[in-house]
Design a protein around this ligand. Structure first.
Ligand SMILES: [Zn+2]
Ligand SMILES: [Zn+2]
Length: 188
């Protein structure tokens, strides 16, 4: 038996944060191996760092637990590395993780060394995708976000946001890069 349904995951009582992306898998855990179910994810998190996640989550029964495959678009807000204004990014996350029931994990001693609690199905048969999404978002996030590709940054002298126009400071005299000092020292 394979049951496949498409449901909109929307918990109106949730506080719209990543830790609310939870799926009850009690029914699927009782289903034969290979059974699967799909969900449309469309959550406004309101949380600093990731404002909105949307996409499709497919969960499948494996021999030991639940395989989660998700294709998610995460809209995140970071800080522009040049001007310190908010910088929006859209990240595409391809998530593949097997979640295991807690009792299987605790019975498997070899897994306890590097116990990853983010992929454990809790005692209420709830699979919480929040931590996994958070981890994938961190990995995919740009290390130096920009508010826009041509961001002019801040004036190094007065801190004025140069995107709003020039400041009163005299033009910068070009300074030799510090890297050269390092090169000289190397030859000493
Ligand atoms: Zn900027
Ligand atoms: Zn200035």
């Amino acid at each position: 038996m394979t049951f496949k349904n498409t449901a909109t995951y929307n918990d109106s009582t949730s506080q719209k944060a990543f830790n609310e992306v939870r799926i009850n898998v009690a029914q699927l855990l009782r289903a034969p191996i290979g059974s699967s179910s799909s969900y449309q994810l469309d959550e406004t998190t309101g949380r600093e760092g990731a404002r909105h996640v949307e996409g499709e989550v497919t969960i499948s029964r494996t021999g030991r637990g639940i395989m989660v495959k998700a294709t998610i678009t995460a809209h995140t807000t970071g800080i522009c590395s040049r001007c310190l204004n908010p910088a929006d990014s859209t990240l595409n996350l391809d998530i593949t993780e097997e979640f295991l029931p807690g009792e299987i994990v605790s019975a498997d001693v070899s897994r306890q060394e590097n116990l990853d609690t983010s992929t454990i199905i809790d005692e209420n048969n709830v699979l919480d995708l929040s931590e996994v999404i958070r981890q994938y978002t961190l990995l995919a996030a740009p290390t130096k976000p920009l508010c826009m590709p041509e961001c002019a940054g801040l004036c190094p002298t007065c801190g004025h946001d140069l995107n709003k126009g020039p400041c009163e400071c005299p033009p910068q005299i070009s300074v030799k890069p510090i890297v050269e000092t390092g090169t000289l020292r190397k030859g000493e």
